[in-house]
Each structure stands twice: as C-alpha cells, then as structure tokens.
Write a protein of this length. Structure first.
Length: 302
C-alpha cells in the first residue's frame, strides 16, 4: 500500500464467498489522500494530507446515468449498491459486469437484459442533504411510504454490545483520523464488525455496504448499521432497504428520519460516542444496562 494511502475500507476476514451468478467486478484502486501545503494559525507552513475526492461517472449499458463524487475506496461496490438502493436493479444477477477505469473516471455497467424504462424512472431527481450531496431518483416520498422492514421482532441490542461497538469505532484506523473531511459507515453483527468504509458522503458509504451485502448474500435482519453522519430520511430509508433494523450514529437525527424509523419500527441511536448515546426510537428492542449516575458537582462559594 502506498505511504499516502490510509485504509478507508476494510474487507471482512475471513473472506466471504460471493453469491452464485454475481457480476464480474474490476478491482480499481486509486490514491485516497493528497498532500498539500498550508499555513496554520501560528504562521507556520507545513504539509498535510486531505481526502482525494474525485468524480465517477456511471454508465448503464452505455447510457450515462449519474456522476458520483467519491473517495473511490471500493468503487465497484459503490456502483452496485447505488443501483440497488435506487431500485434500478432488483437482483444483482441482472448485472453482468461493473468495470471501473480511473483513467477516464468512469464505471461501465453491463446488464443482462437492460433496465426497463430507465429514462422514465430517472427523469425525476431529489437532491438530498449533507456533504457530497446525494441524488434519489423518482418520487422520494412515494419511496418512503413503500419501504417495509422484514420481520425482525427477535432483533435486539444490549447496552454492553453497543458500548463495545462504539469502542471498536473509536479505535478504527481511518482517513478521518488522518485527514478529516469524510464519513465512515460500518456493518456489525453483535459487537463484531463485518465491514467498514469511508467516503466523502455518508450516502456513498452506505451504498458501498449495500453493494457488499448484495454481492455476498448477507441478510440484514440480525445486523446493526453504524454511521458517523446524521440520520436523515435517506439514511434511514437505505438502512431499511438493507433490512437492518438497528442504526447507530455518532451524530443526531432529523424529524423526517425519526418519523420514518418510528413507522418502520426501527431502533435509532444518536449522539453515540464514548459510552454516551440517545435512543430515539425502538426502545422495546433495547436491553438497557444503565451506567451509574455521576454525583452532582457541588460548588462551594468562598
């Protein structure tokens, strides 16, 4: 690995086998960090590293679909997850191959039978919130009301498990720790981290995880999704599409994200770091193990 590349994506170990009929994928790599010279508040000049954001234009059967602004950690999985989360592809076996070529900053997707009504289905776009703004094709509100989470009545999480997850993420080697300016997302089973990826936008990171899950046939019903980004309606919707009932965020939640999670029966944790958290929804599946309350600080005036 080149010295200026910090791992922004961790494949699980041992390796998971791909599902039968999975598309052929390239393994395109790129430099994830760029070195620049800055002047700090003391007037000193020094070298620092920043994330190397770049465009990736996606072509589906030679038709230009969208340009994603990305760090490019695992671009093939990003494209696969994007297509599936946008409901443009129902089954990954419908895709024959995904070829990423950074020399031309393009991803060529070849399907086995085409995407029906692709032009009509992508005519309407909703620009979503946040850094590295995302795009949702079609009627976003219509999509929100069509999402149904699988039966996950047995899915639960203990406070001790949540604390172990947060400690794992605190110790995670990352681009953010080295250069900032990115979001990280991870998939957990219990306290075990299965997949971790960073990108300039949280939606790109969850799409990459979606691609990984689809490629390996991973079911989300007993998993927990972690993100450093806030829980907007888009993030909650994508987690629900993955079948993941529990979401943990280092950030907060929007009213629309909260409303959607409540309707779907999802469990949302926010402001989660260093053994602190808020459980916004789904408390019935949370096994609380309360921390001892700290004694009040008594101020003595003299």
């Amino acid at each position: 690995m080149p010295p200026d590349v910090c791992p922004s994506a961790e494949p699980p170990a041992p390796a998971w086998s791909q599902v039968a009929g999975a598309p052929r994928l390239t393994q395109a790599t790129c430099t994830l960090l760029r070195e620049i010279r800055i002047v700090d508040e003391t007037g000193q000049q020094r070298q620092i590293q920043i994330p190397a954001e770049r465009p990736l234009t996606v072509f589906v059967d030679k038709r230009e679909l969208v340009t994603l602004m990305t760090l490019g950690a695992i671009p093939e999985l990003l494209v696969l997850g994007y297509l599936m989360n946008q409901r443009l592809v129902a089954d990954l076996r419908d895709i024959e191959s995904i070829t990423v070529d950074w020399d031309v900053a393009a991803a060529a997707v070849h399907t086995r039978g085409g995407v029906p009504d692709l032009e009509a289905r992508t005519a309407r776009r909703v620009v979503t919130t946040g850094c590295g703004q995302g795009t949702v094709f079609g009627d976003m509100m219509g999509q929100l009301h069509s999402v149904r989470l699988p039966d996950v009545a047995s899915a639960r999480i203990r406070q001790s498990t949540l604390n172990r997850m947060l400690e794992t993420m605190r110790q995670q080697d990352s681009i953010h720790r080295k250069a900032g300016s990115v979001h990280g997302c991870a998939l957990f089973q219990g306290a075990d981290k299965l997949m971790f990826v960073e990108d300039v936008g949280r939606h790109n990171a969850i799409d990459t995880i979606a691609g990984w899950m689809a490629l390996h046939g991973v079911n989300g019903a007993d998993k927990t999704f972690y993100t450093t980004g806030r829980l907007t309606s888009e993030m909650v919707m994508k987690a629900a599409q993955l079948g993941v009932p529990i979401i943990v965020s280092r950030n907060g939640v929007t009213a629309m994200g909260h409303e959607l999670a409540s309707r779907l029966g999802m469990t949302l944790f926010g402001r989660a770091a260093n053994r602190h958290f808020l459980c916004y929804t789904g408390t019935e599946r949370f096994d609380s193990e309360p921390e001892p309350q700290r004694p009040a600080v008594r101020v003595v005036s003299g």
